[in-house]
Ligand binder design. Structure first.
Ligand code: PLP
Length: 423
């Protein structure tokens, strides 16, 4: 009984994805129901975020994002629909709705085909999918012991650990300084927007360099990508690109996409949680990884509706965030006599501001203590990053960065913090 329960939708889903996907893709009126909805008023926006703790100045959107109440309510509706009649939802609604979300994402990122877009929980899961196939390359003798995976020095810590778990354990070398001793580079991991410290990386140019250098595959970790920087799969040209939608795209936690360029090289990609759809293609595998709550994946159309109620849609939000956060960063550096951690053109919706020397931050622990103190004593939530001084630099290097999601007149400043040299 259990397997027949799963087999039926599997066949239906495969039919939908393989044969009917095209026709679904063209049903734009249903996906983009209201192309010019009324713009939000300031009070609409206040109400959309009225669940935020009013006692906290949350200057940290980068870690966990912000989900508006209309989206939370749509998500709850999906949960109730599931609980009311799970079998009907499972057999008739879940997969077409996930396909609808994938199709919207495909258009947003300018991918060639919806089959290139899988929805997964988060960037961490996406990294596991990409790195797992590298581990199999070693296990199955396609790669040689010592072949390498390269990544940025400022790659996200959890992603570095995944490289260690999947590549180093399998016999590969994890390098942060490019090719060494003629090793073959099987994978390059490039961030689009690094986390701490935060800078926008010229991914398109780096992908081109990787191609020229003969790197097998390029994975862009753009956990902060969508809603924060411009993304276009055809222009960037990476093999894999992941972005969370729960950071800068107003989705509830947790939902991300993994783009996998269609190519023979990418045919051995699988979700690390194996279920009934194993072998039916990554997008379909990822759309059923066992019984769980899929509601976050279903609200992408609702999120798009929310975003389109801002002037200029996501591009307008991105532009205003960037301008406002740079302005605020400059205001702080003037007041504190420090400087920005990088030029404004390298900032996205996040900016780094040097902390004043009088705070005496000289270790990671000091930075964490200050963050805790700001939260507990002043109701300010903001990441603080410490970097030890390099040769020739005076004193400690620390900083604070911030990212503004400033929703029009709502004083919703949401930030993050990175690096910077103290005076
Ligand atoms: C650059 C980068 N990669 C990966 C991640 C992991 O994202 P998640 O925890 O949603 O999987 C983050 C989280 O902030 C990040 O900044």
């Amino acid at each position: 009984m259990a397997s027949s329960l799963h087999d039926a939708p599997s066949a239906a889903v495969n039919g939908t994805f393989a044969a009917d996907a095209k026709s679904q893709v063209h049903k734009k009126p249903r996906l983009y129901a209201d192309p010019s909805p009324p713009l939000f008023t300031p009070s609409d926006i206040l109400s959309e975020f009225s669940h935020h703790d009013p006692a906290i100045a949350r200057i940290n959107n980068g870690s966990f994002g912000s989900c508006p109440s209309s989206v939370i309510s749509a998500q709850n509706d999906f949960r109730l629909q599931w609980l009311r009649q799970p079998d009907d939802f499972y057999f008739n609604q879940l997969q077409p709705k996930i396909l609808q979300s994938r199709t919207i994402i495909k258009d947003l990122i300018n991918a060639d085909h919806v089959d290139e877009v899988s929805i997964v929980d988060n960037a961490t899961t996406a990294a596991a999918i990409v790195l797992q196939q590298i581990a199999w390359g070693f296990a199955e003798g396609k790669f040689n012991h010592g072949d390498a995976a390269v990544m940025l020095h400022y790659a996200y810590g959890a992603v570095k650990k995944s490289v260690e778990a999947y590549v180093t354990r399998a016999g590969g070398q994890a390098l942060q300084r490019g090719k060494q001793n003629g090793r073959r580079v099987r994978l390059a991991v490039i961030d689009h927007v690094t986390s701490m410290p935060t800078v926008v990386i010229p991914v398109k140019e780096l992908v081109t360099i990787c191609r020229e250098e003969g790197v097998d595959q390029v994975f862009v970790d753009a956990a902060h990508g969508i809603g924060c920087v411009d993304i276009d799969m055809k222009q960037i040209g990476a093999d894999f690109y992941t972005s969370n939608l729960h950071k800068w795209y107003f989705c509830p936690p947790s939902v991300a996409f993994l783009y996998c360029k269609r190519s023979v090289n990418n045919s051995d990609l699988h979700h690390p949680v194996v279920s009934h759809e194993y072998g039916n293609g990554l997008a379909i595998e990822s759309a059923w990884i066992g019984t769980r709550d899929y509601s976050a994946q279903l609200v992408v159309p609702k999120v798009l509706e929310f975003i389109n109620r801002f002037e200029g849609g996501i591009n307008g939000i991105k532009k205003r965030n960037h301008e406002r956060v740079v302005e605020m960063g400059q205001m702080l550096v003037e007041a504190w006599g420090t400087h920005l951690g990088c030029p404004p053109e390298m900032c996205s919706s996040m900016v780094m501001v040097g902390l004043p020397a009088c705070l005496g931050i000289s270790s990671d622990r000091d930075a964490l203590n200050l963050r805790t103190c700001l939260r507990e004593k002043f109701g300010v939530e903001v990441p603080i990053y410490y970097r030890s001084p390099k040769d020739g630099e005076e004193g400690g290097v620390t900083g604070l960065g911030m990212q503004s999601i400033n929703l029009l007149t709502m004083h919703s400043l949401v930030l993050l913090f990175p690096i910077h040299k103290l005076k």
